[in-house]
Design a protein around this ligand. Structure first.
Ligand SMILES: Cc1ncc(COP(=O)(O)O)c(C=O)c1O
Length: 401
């Protein structure tokens, strides 16, 4: 077939990056497959009845809710977020400092539209979430990467990286971090490093994108202060999401940041999708207003803590512990497993034959990475499947050792 449009593609389209996880969906849906792959919540605890009850808002305010909505977001939801996020933001934020987005992934898109010209640089943790780096790549960004250990980004290395890049004429725009229960590593940045990161960003005049979809899902220990709350100069943009604490199908996220930057991003959003679905925002807003979010959070935390523990129990029961390394995450959705003696790609091929699937670590390095790590998500599978899935994984490992 003649496809003349192929000659007309943009540079971005010719180099498009899609998430390998999205491409795994067919595999995940195979009958009998146990999935530790996608970072998905457990559908068994979605608050379906309460959400259905919130749909009453369509009868009460249908004429508003079914109309085009304000680009910055549904006002009652913004009001709720301004108050509810106050503790973590260090103060009650102004509604002008909040933009409701279509998932928190859109925050990255809009920030890139506001800051990134082709060939600009973004500093990323490596490994990191490929959904956001795919967006950055698609908008023409380049990366400088910084390693992490179990205390999060190795912030001490930042000044050296920045100065070297600047001496080579590279233009750095912002630092992207997932400070809590990092995806895929599961690690959390210490307070000391948070303070240092803010100090470095101030010193070199850089913006920080603080991506925090997992921050509220903490099982053990105390919350660390957000980077937003530690910043006195307005250089942090905080991204939050209802995907992991309510349901990703709502596609409601938000960001909080300096009012002028929020306004600029709002200008871009107008041309992207006019507004986040007002129907969806109204349902989420009702859910929050009725106090359901507050009561659902402890339930989610307890539920996922049990699943994390079930997975670690599975590791102890089945895996050759002298051949694998991992750190217990204090929250979030993931374990990052290191297998110094096994190729994780080979392990992946064997595992899918045994009907268990995970994400090989390489996927989290935009330029390709080592073949000795993989990510497993414990929130989606049932506790019985977690046990059986780790058993199958151990069988696949044994064949390669
Ligand atoms: C670190 C990180 N950021 C952003 C997102 C996107 O979330 P949302 O569903 O809010 O777009 C995810 C989803 O898995 C994530 O892990």
């Amino acid at each position: 077939m003649n496809e003349p449009w192929k000659d007309l593609l943009s540079i971005g389209a010719k180099n498009i990056k899609t998430s390998p996880i999205r491409e795994m969906v067919k595999l995940i849906r195979q009958p009998g497959m146990i999935s530790f792959a996608g970072g998905m919540p457990d559908p068994a605890i979605f608050p379906v009845d309460q959400f259905y009850e919130c749909a009453e808002i369509l009868r009460e305010k249908g004429t508003d809710v079914l109309q085009y909505g304000a680009t910055d977001g549904y006002a009652p939801l913004k009001e709720f977020l301004a108050g509810w996020t106050g503790t973590r933001m260090g103060r009650k934020v102004l509604t002008d400092e909040i933009l409701i987005t279509s998932g928190s992934i859109q925050v990255v898109d809009l920030l890139n539209l506001a800051l990134i010209d082709r060939e600009d640089y973004i500093i990323i943790e490596e490994p990191t979430f490929m959904g956001t780096t795919a967006n950055m790549l698609n908008q023409g960004a380049n990366f400088l990467s910084i390693s992490c250990d179990e205390n999060g980004m190795e912030v001490d290395k930042l000044p050296g990286i920045i100065e070297k890049a600047r001496s080579e004429g590279k233009k750095i725009k912002y630092i992207y971090t997932i400070p809590n229960f990092q995806n895929p590593l599961g690690c959390t940045m210490t307070l000391e490093r948070r303070k240092k990161l803010i100090e470095v960003a101030h010193r070199y005049d850089l913006v920080i994108l603080e991506d925090d979809p997992y921050g509220y899902v903490r099982f053990d220990g105390e919350h660390e202060p957000t980077l937003f709350s530690l910043d006195e100069r307005g250089i942090v943009l905080y991204a939050g999401s209802f995907s992991k604490i309510l349901a990703p199908g709502t596609r409601v996220g938000w960001c909080t940041g300096p009012a002028a930057l929020i306004k600029l991003m709002q200008g871009f959003k107008q041309g992207v999708d006019v507004s986040t679905s007002v129907v969806s925002q109204a349902l989420v807003s009702e859910y929050c207003r009725k106090g359901y979010l507050e009561s659902f959070l402890p339930k989610i935390i307890g539920h996922y803590r049990r699943k994390r523990d079930a997975m670690e129990e599975g590791f102890r029961k089945y895996l050759p512990l002298e051949k694998v390394k991992y750190v217990t995450p204090q929250g979030g959705f993931f374990y990052w497993i290191e297998t110094p003696d096994i190729s994780t790609k080979a392990l992946f091929d064997r595992a899918i034959k045994k009907k268990v699937v995970f994400v090989p670590g390489d996927a989290f390095y935009p330029g390709g990475g080592p073949d000795r790590n993989f990510r497993v998500c414990y929130t989606f599978a049932s506790s019985e499947d977690i046990d059986e899935g780790i058993r199958r994984l151990a069988e696949a490992m044994a064949e390669l050792l």
